[in-house]
Structures are given as structure tokens and as C-alpha cells.
Design a binder for this molecule. Structure first.
Ligand code: SF4
Length: 277
């Protein structure tokens, strides 16, 4: 019998979200154990009688390749880098709303572009993406950015925001959006509305609650000049659990594919959780 993320969460983990494993929730840890082979013993609170048999079951499913995460980010990054290699940086900059950058010195040939990204800017060359201090971005961030550069269209955001499931071909990713983005956010900020508000402001979000009056919080993030995400939050009350939903400008798939939209959403979730950890 194999152990899915839900099996692990329900049958093996203590479900206390104590964070001692380094993850904000037990479900986030379970996801990493099942898909990334993280050792189960990294949770120090599992009943010793359950630990060894569960790890044995996991080892068997790893050997079969069951539920292991394919290296989607790596494959997408290589393809997008290959495609952008043949494009002029000036054209990419114009298309995605970035500024062309030139090196110091007499030769003023454009060798990078400068792209606003949340509340910072990133510098992008054909082979590298760095923050304004020269630090490398994570691989998932680079993947999103190169896909945006390679496939981003010319349309501008309309301001009409839609939920993930309203976009075509998202069925296979809805569970990932729930388990990897919405559930960790919900668990991290349930009864912590003020902390979420601080996190949203630190991450460059704009308060748009006036557009969503029945909610406890609504913040919009201008991730890139042409990509907007809105976070909606209902705090727990009177027996109802907290809830989180992300909305995307209806043009988002003109600029990113579904996988990159999911990577970006995961990144936003991590930024928010880590900014007040
Ligand atoms: S260590 Fe991690 S997996 Fe274990 S109970 Fe705490 S949060 Fe859950």
C-alpha cells in the first residue's frame, strides 16, 4: 500500500503544525516527503511505532517513481532560456513592460533588462536573473521570469480578476493550488489577520478591500508590470475555518503558462509566510 500526501497527513503526522520540521504546516511537510523524498524522521514527533513502517512504504513507492515530482521547473527553464536566446533584449523589454539596461563604459549596447518584480527590481541577462544586489533568484523564480520573457504577449491587464479554476486546462493543477498555496496560507494566517496584512504590505501588496467588502482582507500584487494577483482572505469565525483564494487578471495566460502561474503562486505564498515567520 502506498502513502499519499493525505494518507501521510491523516494517518502518520501529528497534525499540530508546530513547525519543528522547518515547514509551516504538517501538510506542507507531507507534500515534500511524498514528492521530494524528504526523510520522514525530520518530523521529530511521529509515534516511533509508525515511523519505520511508514518510511519503508515510502521507500517502496519512491522505487516505483510513484508521486515523485518530475523536474518540471528544470525542463521549462531550459526550454524558455533556449527560446529567449534568439530574441532581442529590446523587443523582450518592450513586450513585457521592462526597461532596457546598458553596461557602464563607452559601448552602450543593451546587455540586460530591468524588470519590476513585487516590490523590487530584477536584472535579467540571457543567462542569469539577479536581484538588484547581484544575488541569484531561486530556480522557480527564474523559470517564471524566463517563461514570461519567452512567451509573454503584448496584452495589458484588464483588471478583471478570475479564480484559477476559471481558466482553461487548470483541472490537473487545482489540487496543487489548494495544497501548495491556499492551504499553507490558510493555516499560517488563521486568526492572524493582522500578521497577514503586515506580510502583504511588506511584499508590496496594495489594499483593495474596498472592492471586496464582505472579506476580511484583500490585497493586490503587481508581480510584474503585466501580471497581477489578488489575494482574498476570510478569517475564521463562528465555526467557519479561515479561507484564502488567489485571483488572477484574466490576461495572465497571455503571459505565463499554467505551470508557471502555479510556481508564481507558490512563491507568493512562501514570501508572505516567511515575511512574518
Ligand atoms: S514537525 Fe512538522 S510535520 Fe511534525 S508535527 Fe510539527 S509541523 Fe507537523
Amino acid at each position: 500500500m502506498a502513502l499519499s500526501v493525505v494518507d501521510l497527513y491523516v494517518k502518520i503526522l501529528p497534525r499540530t503544525n508546530c513547525k519543528d520540521c522547518g515547514f509551516p504546516t504538517c501538510i506542507a511537510f507531507a507534500g515534500m516527503v511524498v514528492s521530494e523524498k524528504l526523510p520522514l524522521k525530520n518530523c521529530p514527533h511521529i509515534d516511533p511505532a509508525l515511523l519505520a513502517p511508514a518510511q519503508e512504504e515510502l521507500n517502496e513507492q519512491y522505487a516505483l517513481g510513484k508521486w515523485l515530482k518530475k523536474d518540471m521547473a528544470g525542463e521549462s527553464l531550459s526550454l524558455a532560456k533556449e527560446k529567449t536566446a534568439s530574441m532581442a533584449l529590446e523587443d523582450i523589454a518592450q513586450r513585457i513592460g521592462a526597461s532596457p539596461g546598458t553596461p557602464d563604459g563607452p559601448l552602450k549596447k543593451i546587455d540586460h533588462i530591468v524588470l519590476p518584480y513585487f516590490n523590487q527590481t530584477v536584472l535579467i541577462s540571457k543567462n542569469r536573473v539577479t536581484d538588484s544586489n547581484g544575488g541569484d533568484l531561486t530556480r522557480n523564480e527564474q523559470t517564471v521570469i524566463y517563461i514570461h520573457m519567452a512567451y509573454g504577449g503584448t496584452t495589458s491587464p484588464t483588471g478583471n480578476m478570475k479564480s484559477f479554476k476559471e481558466f482553461p486546462n487548470t483541472v490537473s493543477k487545482i489540487v496543487s493550488m489548494r495544497d501548495q498555496v491556499e492551504t499553507p496560507l490558510k493555516k499560517a494566517f488563521s486568526s492572524r489577520k493582522d500578521a497577514l496584512e503586515i506580510a502583504c504590505k511588506k511584499t508590496g501588496g496594495t489594499n483593495v478591500k474596498d472592492r471586496y467588502e464582505s472579506l476580511d482582507l484583500a490585497f493586490q500584487f503587481r508581480v510584474f508590470p503585466k501580471i497581477f494577483i489578488t489575494l482574498l482572505f476570510w478569517d475564521e469565525s463562528e465555526g467557519f475555518e479561515a479561507d484564502v483564494k488567489l485571483l488572477f487578471d484574466e490576461t495572465v495566460l497571455d503571459h505565463l503558462d499554467i505551470e508557471a502561474t502555479l510556481f508564481l503562486s507558490e512563491h507568493l505564498g512562501r514570501l508572505l509566510i516567511n515575511s512574518v515567520a
